[in-house]
Design a protein around this ligand. Structure first.
Ligand code: HEM
Length: 507
């Protein structure tokens, strides 16, 4: 004992250990995730980073759907995470103006420029009005449908015929990424990069997109000062980010100038895609909507945002759909029955239209179900402007980072019932055979409230066209032993791709 009195620093150390142990035990029992001194809950987060979405779901369930994460001291990494539909409804609709994207979002996603995803208040309002008038237009839906069908006929079918005749194992995720990159470039820029072809070409701007996504995700999981220092020094992930950004900018600006050149040569559209690509339409309409200034930078930001919106979300959605259908043969059989009933003419898929596609109710249910369990955008964040109290009773201070987990919301018994982890397209079909409507603050995959996704309808069109073309013509088998798990990224890709064998159904 005397020795302790002689060395007061030992006493202080013991006291501190005791204090932190108490703190730790207290935080552990209360929140099911350890809140360590100095590093906060970061260790738990990093230890479980490989399985982040499942971990977040578990933590949220342990905490009644809402949880306050404490980051390391002095790092500005604290946030509140929720999967409670009432909180979501409150943040995204009822008290919409209090939950903005905020400074952190703008910085993490600076590559989006001033496009719709990264804008607020008036600038967002103008852009939303502009894009809504274009994307939700029937003429655009028809144009989009033709573009997708064109890629199916000219690229997808030849590629699948090729791999099936040679019995080659193929990564279906790669095929879908190539498909959606081609479709989004045609729709947004009026340019076909021809990524999807039997040569499987290396397309640097498509790869640059993957790099940007990876670096943006990295910015979310390391302290802000760390990635900013990397950016300043131009090292590591930030260096790759800058290079990829330059490659994509060059590509987009080139498309913009060749588009302008073509239009100045002839006012009359010639090819199918020239009739309605979004870049041209935006250029024409922007002057009619006040508050927006048309410039190359404005067109670049819009093009980039549309590419970000329409490429990986759809390809990720398709990948999970094909995996889940391939592992549920009775679902596949039902979809095939429905295609046979509504889309065939003399034993072959006919040139169907959007109305005929809408008769595929079971396929619609299967797509919703797979998007519920595997939402392509697994998490989102907002920032509070003023203090607030959430419906769950949690008080929110100004400038709090709010994260909502779309992935976890699809797996909550409280929302979907005890069978929430089962894949059941029937969940979406009413007794009278129609589609069951689920409010968007519960089926959150396409976001909710005034910032709901503008591409939801065209996504269903695209996914249905591709799914019916593949499922009717080919049998898809996942390669035995292929590991399937989500990647940890801003988009829910499959970590190891989706290795499959394709066999032609009719020879
Ligand atoms: C499976 C496919 C898709 C999913 C899961 C999806 C999901 C989402 C989500 C979660 C948001 C909210 C993003 C945020 O606020 O940060 C969003 C917004 C948006 N989406 Fe989609 N999306 C899909 C496809 C598309 C497509 C094909 C387009 C059109 C090319 C599109 C256009 C947009 C636009 C313009 C917004 C911004 C809305 C705003 O901020 O007002 N999306 N989408």
């Amino acid at each position: 004992m005397a020795i302790l009195l002689l060395y007061p620093e030992i006493l202080v150390a013991i006291f501190l250990c005791f204090f932190f142990l108490c703190q730790w035990r207290w935080s552990k029992t209360r929140s099911a995730i350890t809140n360590w001194p100095v590093v906060g809950m970061l260790t738990g987060l990093l230890q479980n980073a490989y399985n982040l979405h499942e971990y977040a779901t578990w933590v949220l369930k342990q905490n009644g759907g809402t949880f306050e994460f404490k980051g390391p001291w002095f790092t500005n990494m604290n946030f509140t995470v929720t999967s409670d539909p009432m909180n979501i409804h409150h943040m995204l609709s009822k008290n919409f103006s209090n939950y903005i994207k905020g400074q952190k979002f703008h910085e993490n996603f600076d590559v989006l420029g001033d496009g719709i995803f990264n804008s607020e208040s008036d600038s967002w309002g103008y852009q939303r009005k502009l894009l809504q008038s274009l994307i939700k237009h029937r003429k655009f839906e028809l144009f989009f449908q033709e573009v997708v069908k064109g890629i199916v006929d000219k690229s997808l079918i030849p590629v699948l015929d090729h791999v099936s005749s040679f019995g080659i194992e193929v990564d279906l995720q790669d095929i879908f990424q190539r498909f959606t990159f081609d479709s989004v470039c045609l729709v947004a820029l009026g340019f076909d990069p021809k990524c999807l072809s039997i040569e499987f070409p290396h397309v640097s701007h498509a790869k640059a997109f993957d790099q940007l996504e990876e670096s943006v995700f990295y910015r979310h999981i390391v302290p802000e000062s760390y990635w900013k220092l990397q950016r300043w020094l131009q090292i590591g992930s930030e260096k790759k980010f800058s290079i990829a950004g330059k490659i994509l900018d060059q590509f987009i600006y080139k498309c913009i100038s060749s588009r302008q050149e073509k239009l100045s040569q002839s006012r009359a559209p010639k090819t199918e895609e020239e009739k309605f690509d979004l870049l041209t339409a935006i250029g024409e309409q922007v002057e009619e909507i006040g508050g927006l200034i048309k410039s190359d930078k404005f067109l670049r930001d819009n093009a980039f945002n549309l590419m970000a919106a329409g490429r990986d979300s759809v390809s990720a959605g398709l990948t999970w759909l094909f995996w889940i259908v391939a592992t549920h043969p009775y679902v596949e059989a039902k979809i095939l029955g429905e295609i046979k009933e509504h889309l065939l003419d003399k034993g072959k898929l006919k040139d169907f239209n959007i109305d005929e596609l809408s008769k595929l109710v079971y396929l619609h249910g299967a797509i919703c179900e797979s998007l519920r369990l595997y939402p392509p955008v697994p998490f989102e964040h907002k920032c509070s402007v003023q203090s607030d109290i959430l419906p769950s009773g949690h008080s929110i201070r100004p400038n709090t980072t709010m994260i909502y987990s779309l992935y976890s919301m699809g797996r909550m018994e409280s929302i979907w019932g005890q069978d929430c982890l089962d894949f059941k397209p029937e969940r979406w079909i009413s007794e009278r055979g129609g589609i069951v409507h689920v409010p968007s603050f519960k089926f959150i995959t396409f976001n909710a409230g005034p910032r709901t996704c503008l591409g939801k309808d065209i996504t269903f069109i695209q996914m249905k066209i591709i799914a019916s073309a593949i499922l009717w013509n080919y049998s898809v088998q996942v390669v035995e032993g292929h590991p399937v798990s989500p990647s940890i990224s801003v988009i829910l890709h499959m970590k190891h791709g989706l290795k499959v064998r394709i066999r032609k159904r009719f020879v």
